[in-house]
Design a protein around this ligand. Sequence first.
Ligand SMILES: [Zn+2]
Ligand SMILES: [Zn+2]
Length: 90
Amino acid sequence: MFTDMVHVSGFYRRKRQNHVTNCYAKHQCPNCPSIFVWKCTLRRHLRNECGREPRFKCPYCDYRGKWKANITRHIKRVHKNCYNYVVVTN
Ligand SMILES: [Zn+2]
Ligand SMILES: [Zn+2]
């Protein structure tokens, strides 16, 4: 009885993984050529990125990015020893 239950839960877990694999890279943005692995990423893209100018800007040069993390990474890499902050434009 116990063994059967373990088998069943293992089966369901495997089935769910297959489902995720089948959805791999299938979410294409309806407005641009971007393709997303996860539906939630596509939703985020539509809400924050698609058709918009990048909002975040490096304070030391013209580098722009759609995500704050892109700028902080850029500053760490390019403007070493500079104070790491992000300019938000709109
Ligand atoms: Zn798009
Ligand atoms: Zn910069």
